[in-house]
Each structure stands twice: as structure tokens, then as C-alpha cells.
Design a protein around this ligand. Structure first.
Ligand SMILES: NC(=O)c1ccc[n+]([C@@H]2O[C@H](COP(=O)([O-])OP(=O)(O)OC[C@H]3O[C@@H](n4cnc5c(N)ncnc54)[C@H](O)[C@@H]3O)[C@@H](O)[C@H]2O)c1
Ligand SMILES: O=C(O)C(=O)C[C@@H](O)[C@H](O)[C@H](O)COP(=O)(O)O
Ligand SMILES: [Zn+2]
Length: 359
């Protein structure tokens, strides 16, 4: 088992990665939350069928209840948030109770936001079950979506710990490997040319990546993220680098209808566009063609879906959380591993997006 310690400003906590990490969960609660009155596991219907029993078996000595929400982005809604709060109240959770998020990023974002706001904040623990969640379970961004934008209603709220039980990843379908690997590529591109090149040279089929390799990649991604979060927990400056690919990525997700394109796949398209802008505006020395060919060989879409309109995407990007008074800010790279924030002119962005779409 590997451990990464995350030192976010408001809290320092461990991320345990490996097989059988959940066997340590009960002991962790006994040691760190000894007065815990009740444990509420929030999970989704797919993960519940696969892994809920295994988790429940591990928690002994504390009353445990579970609340099962719809899978995917359907979990990150006001209605589901409300259903979680109602369940917590009906089950009489108090300030000494604990919420456990068992699932991918959608469940983690939802359950974390529930924990952050229930009685103004109770402890929570992340038990991530997707590759993508190496990103979402760490760093404390928790949120639900609004029809007008992704993750618009949320908080910065750190977990007590993250138990990354890698045996839970065995049931992931190919689409979810692809989505999660998108954020691994992001962590490589914003941090380290060698990390990026090792991915490009060594990963040629996601379903054949051995479990041990996944554990190494998850740890590497978490290290990249945790170093940035340690410097800037609440995105006053460098944390925005973690948003590489997300300005367009989130706009695509919203325009497609949440859940109709996976987060990681939308971010991959967003990164290709950001790399294109980086070459134009910052003379980035990088072969987008090599990256695009590799991504296609792994099964990624590399173009903005044709039916999405440039005007609508620009409007979405103007509402991005990095925008200031409607001015769009992009994370670009002036070298691989060296992100910078650049204010973008709307007209230029429109022209570039038309070209990127092949229009
Ligand atoms: N908070 C953050 O910093 C952060 C970072 C990145 C992404 N996100 C958010 O995370 C979400 C995407 O994360 P995700 O892709 O993990 O989301 P997800 O929770 O929607 O999981 C994806 C799908 O995989 C299924 N699944 C999960 N674990 C499984 C398993 N072990 N076996 C089989 N199926 C499984 C789920 O039921 C779901 O259908 C997005 O909402 C995104 O905005 C947040
Ligand atoms: O942790 C961060 O900071 C990130 O930006 C990580 C992103 O991968 C993640 O998708 C995050 O939820 C996006 O945040 P948002 O503030 O743009 O909604
Ligand atoms: Zn993301």
C-alpha cells in the first residue's frame, strides 16, 4: 500500500492507495473519529451493486446506513442533494457522524458537498472507485451542477482521508478507463515532459494496463495535484492549472447535456484545443499530431461534436469560474510542464474554435 499525504491549507490527510486499503478504514475511524455516532455511505446504483457490501463488511462497531443515488452526472443535481440531506436528517446524523463517499467523481463531489453543508459541516471520507477519482477525491473541490454550468454550486471541503481500494477498479468498463486516463494525461502535461512521454510511449491499450501500473499512475497524478493544492487550496492562483482543458471541456459537457459525454473525454478535447492555442499564442514546441494520433488509437474522440455551436460554447465559457467580468481565461502551456493563465479575446477564440471544429 502507498500513502500520499495531502497538505491542503485547511487540513492535512492521507491518501492510501492499493489492494485491501479498505481493511484499514475501521481502524482509521476508531483512531481519528472515535466519537463517531453513525456512518452514512453515499454511493450510486452501479457501485452499490458491485462494491457496497464489501465496504459495509469492513465497518464494524459503528451504526452504518447507506443512501443510493443515480449513477453518473444524474447524481450531481439539486434534487439528489436534497434527497441526501433529507436521508441524513431522517437517520438523525449529528455533528459526530461521518459520511463516506463510495464511488467515482460524481458521487464524491455530491457526498462531499452534502458533508460540507449538513449541519454546516461534518467529516467525510472518500473511497474512490474510478481512475478519474484520483483527481476528484483529492483536493477538496465538492459540488453539484446547475443547468447553467458545471460544478457551479459547491465548496472547498477536504476529506478526513482517501481510501483508494484498487481492487474496486477491476469492474470498470473501457469508457471509464478512458475518462479517467484523460485526467492522468492532464496531470502529466501540466507537470512534467518525461511523465507525458512515458505515457505516450508505454500506454497503447487501456484495458491491458496492469493493475500495478494503474496504481503507479494514480499515485503520480495525486502527487502532481497535491503539490499544487498545497500551494493554493482555494484557487487564488496556481490551482487553476488543474483546470487545463476544462474551459472548453466543461462547456462541451454542458452543451451535450450532463452525462452524455464523460468528463475525461470532454477534457481531452479541451486540452487539444488549449494546446492549439498554446502553440499560436505562446509558441509551444509540441507535436499535437502525435498526441492526437495516440489519443485516437486509445479510442478518444478528438473533435468537438459537430452539432455543438461555437456561439453556445463561447457563452458557456464566459460563465466558467475562471472568467472575470465575462473575460475568458484559459490555462495554456508555454512548455510541457509549464502552465500559464492567459486572458483570451472573444473574437479570436471564436475564430480558433471554428477552425478547431473544421468549419
Ligand atoms: N472535485 C474534483 O476535483 C473533480 C476532479 C475531476 C472530476 N470531477 C468530477 O468527477 C465526475 C466524473 O468522475 P467519474 O468519471 O469518476 O464519475 P462517476 O462517479 O460518474 O463514475 C462514472 C461511472 O462509472 C461507474 N462506476 C464507478 N465506479 C465503478 C466501478 N468500480 N466499476 C464499475 N462502474 C463504476 C459509475 O456508476 C458511473 O456510471 C464529474 O462530475 C467531474 O466534474 C471532480
Ligand atoms: O481540483 C481542481 O482544482 C481541478 O480543477 C480539477 C478538475 O479536474 C476538476 O474537474 C474540477 O472539478 C474542476 O473544477 P471547476 O472549479 O472548474 O468546476
Ligand atoms: Zn476534471
Amino acid at each position: 500500500m502507498k500513502t500520499v499525504q495531502v497538505d491542503a491549507g485547511s487540513k492535512s490527510y492521507p491518501v492510501f492507495i492499493g489492494d485491501n486499503t479498505v481493511t484499514q478504514l475501521n481502524g482509521f475511524i476508531q483512531t481519528h473519529l472515535p466519537e463517531c455516532t453513525k456512518v452514512l455511505i453515499i454511493t450510486d446504483e452501479t457501485v452499490a451493486a458491485l462494491h457496497l457490501q464489501a465496504l459495509q463488511r469492513e465497518i464494524t462497531g459503528f451504526p452504518v446506513v447507506s443512501h443510493i443515488v443515480p449513477a453518473g452526472e444524474h447524481a450531481k443535481t439539486f434534487d439528489v442533494f436534497y434527497s441526501c440531506q433529507s436521508f441524513a436528517l431522517e437517520e438523525k446524523l449529528d455533528r459526530k457522524s461521518l459520511i463516506i463517499a463510495l464511488g467515482g467523481g460524481a458521487v464524491g463531489d455530491l457526498a462531499g458537498f452534502v458533508a460540507s453543508s449538513y449541519m454546516r459541516g461534518i467529516p467525510f471520507i472518500q473511497v474512490p472507485t474510478t481512475i478519474l477519482a484520483h483527481d476528484s477525491a483529492v483536493g477538496g473541490k465538492v459540488a453539484i451542477n446547475h443547468p447553467l454550468g458545471k460544478n457551479m454550486i459547491g465548496a472547498f471541503y477536504q476529506p478526513e482521508a482517501v481510501f483508494y481500494e484498487t481492487s474496486f477498479l477491476r469492474t470498470l468498463p473501457a469508457l471509464e478507463l478512458r475518462s479517467g486516463f484523460g485526467e492522468v494525461i492532464k496531470h502529466a502535461l501540466i507537470s512534467d515532459k518525461d511523465f507525458y512521454e512515458s505515457l505516450l510511449n508505454e500506454i497503447d491499450e487501456l484495458e491491458k494496463v496492469p493493475e500495478k501500473t494503474w496504481a503507479v499512475l494514480l499515485e503520480k497524478g495525486i502527487l502532481v495535484k497535491s503539490k499544487i493544492v498545497a500551494k493554493d487550496e482555494k484557487e487564488a492562483n496556481v490551482r487553476a492549472f488543474l483546470n487545463f482543458g476544462h474551459t472548453l471541456g466543461h462547456a462541451i459537457e454542458a452543451e451535450m447535456g450532463y452525462g452524455n459525454m464523460s468528463h475525461g473525454e470532454a477534457v481531452v478535447i479541451g486540452m487539444l484545443f488549449a494546446l492549439r492555442l498554446s502553440k499560436k499564442k505562446l509558441q509551444l514546441d509540441f507535436s499535437i499530431n502525435n498526441l492526437e494520433a495516440w489519443l485516437q488509437s486509445l479510442g478518444y474522440e478528438t473533435k468537438v461534436p459537430a452539432h455543438l455551436k461555437v456561439d453556445a460554447l463561447i457563452d458557456r465559457m464566459k460563465q466558467d469560474k475562471k472568467s472575470v467580468s465575462g473575460t475568458i481565461h484559459f490555462v495554456l502551456l508555454d512548455a510541457i510542464g509549464n502552465p500559464v493563465i492567459v486572458k483570451m479575446d472573444e473574437q479570436e477564440l471564436m475564430e480558433e474554435l471554428h477552425i478547431f471544429k473544421g468549419e
